[in-house]
Design a protein around this ligand. Structure first.
Ligand SMILES: Cc1cc2nc3c(=O)[nH]c(=O)nc-3n(C[C@H](O)[C@H](O)[C@H](O)COP(=O)(O)O)c2cc1C
Length: 390
């Protein structure tokens, strides 16, 4: 007998039970207004909950206005942001999905135009709060790219303030009703900048050796854990390798240190330290980052989430079956098909696949399927007719 697909088996993480192991990867949508979420976010995240996803991640939400990648990033640096987010968590949870939030700070990679306006560094910007110019801050005064402005190196007291800002944002995320919190430690943003020998040229307690470069990430996690309830899972996204000397060995050591401090899941991405978004050699393959999730899971003895060009149901199922990861995060393919979990359930032979959707959709689609008009979604493969019809 065929084994029940792992992809659709629930997963318990601390006090949370995910209905399946399909995760919407955090993706910025550049739709916030002065840090506030808009109706766009409710529609965007809500449709993945209604599509059957187990865990829906809200995009990178910033702990400090200076840390916004663009002026259209959402924020959580003040209590006023909570009600808008709460509306979203209520909706998503009301449709059976869990909802996570990724907290981030872009550091020297902040203050750019949105991608479809060129993702270019903005020469200056009044900032998202009434605090004058939008200043770039980072571990060291090293620019992210030749086109980018040199950031100012954070002072030691400012680093302490930054750690406190992460904790305060985590407390707000809890109050807004999120089930999972992810610390964004990847893609060349502030935490990754501290971890990187290329971006971090400090010679104090926060730089100079691998252990000292890790200190900021460790302090952020400790502070977040103080504000994030013990029954709620904490994830951490890493760039397992990068283009500027970030190695898998260093990431395994980081994963061990973070797991010991209450991180439950390492979300395994790569790259972002240079203008290239991922390492070129790794770019074209399906599942190009899964190997890192497998290695971190095996060597750091921590649960992992795999991400990156995971597209097919069989591929996702194999990642779990082979023990490479505990969760599978899907980004762009879900933008293409927000009902991906339904298609995967059909492909993997899950009984009653239409039950993955809310009855307002699933009831009718199941009825249509039984009446012989096809349960498969594709219009370009077979159309709506009975098998064999044009
Ligand atoms: C439009 C867009 C926005 C993204 N925003 C974020 C983000 O806010 N935080 C993050 O960690 N990764 C972000 N990513 C990366 C995705 O989470 C994911 O890791 C990446 O797209 C690879 O997965 P995929 O091949 O399934 O899309 C973004 C990707 C896209 C396409």
């Amino acid at each position: 007998m065929q084994q029940a697909p792992l992809l659709f088996q629930p997963l318990a993480l601390r006090g949370l039970i995910l209905r399946n192991r399909i995760v919407l990867s955090p993706m910025l949508t550049y739709a916030a207004e002065r840090g506030h979420v808009t109706d766009w976010h409710l529609m965007h995240l809500g449709k993945f909950a209604a599509g059957g996803t187990g865990l829906v991640f809200m995009e990178s939400t910033k702990v400090d206005p200076r840390g916004c990648t663009t002026p259209r990033d959402p924020g959580l640096w003040k209590d006023e942001f909570i009600p808008g987010l709460e509306r979203i968590t209520r909706f998503v949870k009301g449709h059976g999905a869990a909802i996570g939030i990724q907290l981030g700070h872009s550091g020297r990679k902040a203050r750019n135009s949105v991608p479809w306006e060129g993702r270019a560094p903005l020469a200056s910007h009044p900032g998202l709060e009434d605090d004058g110019d939008w200043e770039l801050v980072a571990p060291s005064a090293v620019a992210a790219s030749p086109a980018a402005e040199r950031p100012r190196a954070l002072t030691l007291p400012e680093i302490q303030d930054m750690v406190a800002a992460w904790g305060a944002a985590a407390g707000r995320a809890h109050r807004a009703g999120f089930d999972v919190l992810e610390v964004h430690g990847a893609h060349g943003y502030l935490l990754h900048q501290f971890l990187s020998p290329a971006a971090n040229q400090r010679n104090d307690a926060y730089g100079g050796s691998p252990e000292k470069r890790m200190r900021f990430a460790v302090e952020v996690v400790e502070e977040v854990r103080r504000h994030w309830p013990a029954e709620k899972p904490l994830f951490f996204r890493v760039s397992a390798i990068d283009e500027e000397g970030g190695t898998i060995e260093a990431t395994v050591a980081l994963a061990r240190a973070l797991h010991a401090r209450g991180v439950d899941m390492i979300d395994c991405s790569t790259g972002g330290m240079t203008a290239r978004s991922i390492t070129e050699a790794d770019r074209p393959r399906l599942g190009y980052q899964v190997q890192h999730a497998a290695r971190i899971r095996a060597e750091a003895a921590v649960a992992t989430m795999a991400v990156g060009l995971i597209i097919h149901a069989d591929q996702a199922e194999a990642i779990l079956r082979e023990g490479s990861a505990d969760l599978v995060a899907i980004g762009r393919e879900m933008l293409h098909n927000p009902n991906w979990p339904l298609d995967a359930a059909q492909k993997l032979g899950v009984p009653a696949p239409f039950a993955v959707l809310p009855p307002a959709y699933g009831y009718w689609l199941e009825k249509r399927d039984r009446s012989g008009f096809g349960g498969r979604p594709s219009t370009w493969q077979a159309g709506m007719g009975p098998a064999g019809a044009p």
